[in-house]
Design a protein around this ligand. Structure first.
Ligand code: NAD
Ligand code: TYD
Length: 346
């Protein structure tokens, strides 16, 4: 990647900002153009340490704005595009689906069109295992599992995947798709399960567990996800899909109990215990189980996750405790409104 220019969209968000840091820590001669609209899900503090870094150019803009996107391509001539930009939260997609179709489908199409016209070497669409729908108690998602999304969020991500693959087949665009499982780590917005648990432990608020708490997710440390994306950019075959997983299935209730234990250990006088657990009404269309078969990326590209769940989770909790200011700063009026809308009627 040395000597290259990368257009990273959504590079101020949770995974995108981790990815931008990952790149800049590893490559000295690289230019990262970071295009992000700065939605509610972003705290610019995620990128504040990069303000003086000449390798990083931040542009505030909408991936659906083709004129602006074309201007960016003309000005910076990126070699590669990595599209993280998205509306990313399932519960919000149940409350307000429209923006998911706009950003996740039309935005991806806009970028694919511009990348085709400007002949980029690689276009990586960051997708999700949620496009496969839900598993029963057995089996794993492979890249051949049929697309069967349940939520407006996952349907919009599936739409983008299909468009990306169609650009490859129709126009020969050098498109790659990664489908990863649930990420966790620093800078995650506290609407997703893990930061909700951490935040509510700190605030002494009930921890809402949907349904019976037995839904399963396959947790992937965000740093491992970043290294998988680099590997796919370097060695992946255009037109291919690569699943990325953490080999780490866990029920939600076990996850809640684990984090309560770690938090209580770190803050023994804070009264953090299992009495905070509050079972609430289930999410509509709630997928029961996700679990990834990541053998293709392991055998074809030699990538495997390297962060154990114990280490990744300890680092995530410690980061949250050391960055209380960051956590406090994301509690905006919008956040409180959303929290109320999502949880008060359960
Ligand atoms: P996030 O919500 O933290 O970040 C998304 C970023 O996209 C934000 O910075 C936001 O401002 C930006 N954005 C939204 N609309 C935009 C627009 N129209 N134009 C430009 N920028 C816009 O989400 P995340 O968790 O970092 O997810 C990143 C990507 O990874 C998404 O595509 C998501 O679908 C995918 N993904 C996430 C997970 C996960 O566990 N978080 C799992 C699988 C896949
Ligand atoms: P989430 O972090 O929203 O990721 P996704 O829905 O994309 O998998 O949710 C992870 C799991 O946790 C999912 O099964 C829903 C559940 N969940 C709760 O039980 N309570 C909560 O407050 C949230 C946000 C999620």
């Amino acid at each position: 990647m040395e000597g290259m220019t990368l257009l990273v969209t959504g590079g101020a968000g949770f995974i995108g900002s981790n990815f931008v840091h990952h790149l800049l820590e590893r490559y000295s001669d690289i230019a990262v153009i970071d295009l992000d609209m700065l939605t509610y899900a972003v705290n610019l503090a995620n990128l504040s340490d990069l303000e003086a870094d000449p390798r990083h150019t931040f542009v505030r803009g909408d991936i659906c704005d083709r004129k602006m996107v074309d201007r960016l391509f003309q000005e910076h001539r990126p070699d590669m595009v990595i599209n993280f930009a998205a509306e990313s939260h399932v519960d919000r997609s149940i409350l307000e689906p429209d923006v998911f179709v706009r950003t996740n489908v039309l935005g991806a199409q806009c970028l694919l069109g511009a990348a085709r016209e400007h002949e980029v070497e690689r276009f990586l669409q960051v997708s999700t295992d949620e496009v496969y729908g839900s598993l029963g108690p057995e089996g794993l998602f492979t890249e051949d599992t049929p697309i069967d999304p349940s939520s407006p969020y996952s349907a919009s991500k599936a739409g983008a995947d299909l468009l990306a693959l169609a650009y490859n087949r129709t126009f020969g665009s050098p498109v790659l798709i990664t489908r990863c499982s649930n990420n966790y780590g620093p800078y995650q917005f506290p609407e997703k399960l893990i930061p909700v648990i951490i935040m509510n432990c700190l605030e002494g608020r009930p921890i809402p567990v949907y349904g019976d708490g037995m839904n399963v997710r396959d947790w992937l440390y965000v740093g491992d996800h970043c290294s998988a994306i680099c590997r796919v950019l370097k060695r992946g075959r255009p037109g291919e899909v690569y699943n990325v997983g953490g080999n780490n299935e866990c029920t939600n209730i076990d996850m809640v109990r684990t984090i309560i234990r770690i938090m209580a250990d770190r803050l023994p006088d804070a009264g953090i215990d299992e009495s905070l657990i509050s079972f609430v009404a289930d999410r509509k269309g709630h997928d029961r189980r996700y679990a990834i078969d990541a053998s293709k990326i392991a055998s074809d590209l030699g990538w495997e996750p390297t962060t154990s769940f114990e280490r990744g989770m300890a680092e995530t909790v410690d980061w949250s405790l050391e960055n209380r200011g960051w956590m406090d700063s994301v509690i905006s009026k919008d956040y409180l409104n959303y929290y109320d809308r999502n949880y008060s009627q359960r």
